[in-house]
Every structure is written in C-alpha cells, then in structure tokens.
Design a protein around this ligand. Structure first.
Ligand code: NAG
Length: 360
C-alpha cells in the first residue's frame, strides 16, 4: 500500500474510530491523462456567475459546425436533423445548456468555485504573504455571515440551513488570513466560503491549528497559495462490504451537504519567478481529531485529492520546479495558542452551530 493511501485511511480512521472502514483512493499509476484544453477566463468580475471551467452555453449552430455534421446553422432544434444522421442531440442547447455551472466568485481575498448540488464550495483559493498577515485592519467582530448573491437563489446555501444544525459555519479560507482589510475579511464570510464543520475537536481545534500551520509557512516561504475544499469519500459498510458515500444534509428542507472530509493543497513558493514550489496536500476527516495526532499523518499525494475531488491541481507546474512541502519543511501543528481561545469560547456558552467561535 502506498504511503498516500495509508494516510487517507489514517485520516478517515482518526475521526470514525476503530470500526471505521477506510476511504481508499488507489494511487496506482493510472491511464495516461488525455490532453484537454481548458477554456481559461482571464477576467473575472467581482460577482461573476460565469462558469469559466464549464462550457459556456454554446449556440446550437456553433456546436453543430464544430461537430462538422454539416447542418445548416439556421436549422431549428425541433427539426434539426443532420444530413447524415437521424438525430441531433445538440439541438437541446437551443433551449439551454444543462451545466454544471461552477459559480466562480472572484473577490479581493479569495476566489471560489461553488457546487450547486451540494451547496458547498468545490474549492476556495487564497494567497498569503508575510505582508498580508502582518497588516491588521480587519476584525471579525465587524464581519457578518452572508448568503452569496453570486449564486442564483435556488442553489444558495442559506443561513437558516446552518442554524441549530449542530455544525459550525466553517471557513474554507480562514478569516484570520484576511486581517489585511475589513473588506477582505468580509469576503471570507460569504457562505460560498463555508462548509458545515464539526465544531469541537475539529473546526475550533485541530483544523484551526492546521490553518495556523499554513500561516506559519510564511516564515520560510515569501508567498503561499492554498486551495481548500470539501470531500465526500466512500467508506465500506460492514454489513455488505460494499463502498458507499454517506453524508448528512442540513436544513429544512435539506439543502447543504455535510462533507465527510476536507482537503488543502498548499503551494509554498520561493518568491522567485519560475522558482521552486513546495506542494503539500492534506485530507482531514470532518470529525474531532486529537491534538496529539501528527499533521504528517494527513499528508496525501496531490493526485489522491485530485481523484477524490475530480479537480486538477498544478497541472501546469513542471516537475523540475516541484518540491514536496513536508520534505522541505516540518509539517506539524502548534497547539497552545488556540487551546486558550477554546476555553474562552466554552465559557461564553454559545451553542454549537449557532456561532462560529472567535478564533482569528
Ligand atoms: C463588513 O461587513 C459588515 C457587516 O456586514 C458591514 O457592516 C461593513 O460595512 C463591511 N465592511 C466593509 C469594509 O466592507
């Protein structure tokens, strides 16, 4: 078994106890990736709803000309039969392209891609530097959680979905990474930057220490990029020995999926153009994790996160510029500072799931 596979198993077991069966992503070298040209959108407006990574709704005429079936561009969908084919599936697009649409929101603090089906982000990307973390102009006391207008209403995660759910509104890009301006901090409070996270033992504890680890990387690396998001991993049901994905859905009616795991893919840059990039990928279960558990136990291969999420990271980074983060630096959490905050939070008597504790 590869190290990465073991790590994913460890990550799963940490939260689910001895009876847990593991979520495994085989890392055997896979079929060669086909060359796929992704459409890139270079300009993203603040509340862009454009899906740069999904095909934009394509006029049927264009689709048809691309497939070179030779259908007249004016052929209506209802009658559009190719001269040499009895059907015209692309005629559907005249009525609309089904998607998926990934609701990219590009804000000063972060860029997020949203999963309309699970009402969670797919990923949220941020950038931290020593200077960005040194500036202190934002305070989370002045921010409020917001439903995101960048997502059409019917697909939105709602504040009421989280209310009394028992889960924290867990920041993917942490508020504490965006103290450089109040506006940037506010950006992190959109629900498109949130996932339901177990509060005690995870969001308020181990996950917070993990976020702190990311910030401490800026002591060594002048520029650190982090992509964070949820996973929904299968586990084996002991009853029939088959693999199932099981996750809670919160809200009434049910709306927001509760991820089983979270990932971070970290790009620690050496600060030179074309320089080395130390990459670390981590998968943690959405469950209490004892502080004693080494962070390195949760390290996985980037490819494991890619398989589990369906996403792609660093596909354009040449191999010779890649380093492994946990070989380049020590991957470990520091606990003390947050333990005190946790105590202060407990004294406040706030109910889990109603308020995310102040831990910036
Ligand atoms: C931040 O959010 C708060 C609460 O929604 C709002 O009152 C304030 O104006 C925002 N500040 C900035 C700088 O956007």
């Amino acid at each position: 078994m590869s190290k990465a596979t073991i790590a994913v198993i460890a990550a799963f077991s940490a939260g689910a106890g001895a009876a847990a069966t593991a979520a495994m992503y085989s890392l055997r070298s896979s079929d060669k990736k086909p060359e796929i040209k992704t459409v890139q959108t270079s300009t993203l407006s603040t509340t862009a709803i454009q899906p740069p990574f999904a095909p934009a709704p394509v006029p049927v005429s264009q689709v048809l000309s691309q497939t070179s079936i030779g259908v007249p561009t004016t052929t209506p969908a209802s009658t559009g039969l190719a001269t040499n084919a009895p059907v015209n599936p692309a005629g559907l697009f005249e009525y609309g392209f089904p998607g998926p649409v990934a609701d990219i929101a590009s804000r000063s603090a972060l860029i997020s891609s949203y999963d309309r089906q699970k009402k969670n982000p797919h990923w949220v990307a941020e950038h931290i530097t020593p200077a960005s973390l040194a500036a202190r102009d934002g305070d989370r006391k002045n921010s409020a959680f917001l439903e995101d207008p960048a997502v059409p209403e019917k697909y939105r995660a709602k504040l009421k979905d989280y209310f009394r759910s028992g889960y924290d509104r867990g920041h993917q890009v942490p508020a504490a990474d965006c103290k450089w301006s109040q506006g940037a901090m506010n950006d992190t409070f959109y629900l498109t930057n949130m996932c339901p996270q177990v509060g005690e033992g995870f969001n308020r504890d181990y996950w917070a220490h993990f976020e702190d680890f990311c910030r401490r990387l800026t002591v060594k690396y002048p520029s650190v990029r982090i992509v964070t998001g949820p996973l929904y991993l299968p586990r084996r049901d002991p009853a029939d020995n088959k693999w199932y994905v099981k996750y809670e859905v919160i809200g009434n009616p049910p709306n927001v999926a509760v991820p089983t795991h979270f990932y971070k893919v970290i790009f620690a840059e050496d600060g030179t153009v074309g320089g080395n990039v130390a990459i670390g990928a981590f998968v943690l279960p959405n469950a209490p994790i004892p502080n004693e558990k080494p962070l390195a136990d949760f390290e996985v291969a980037v490819e494991a996160v890619e398989r589990a999420s369906g996403l792609e990271f660093a596909s354009k980074l040449p191999v010779q510029r890649r380093r492994r983060l946990c070989a380049d630096t020590s991957c470990s959490i520091v606990v003390k500072e947050y333990a005190d905050r946790q105590k202060a939070f407990a004294k406040g008597g706030q109910q889990q799931g109603r308020l995310t504790p102040p831990r910036n």
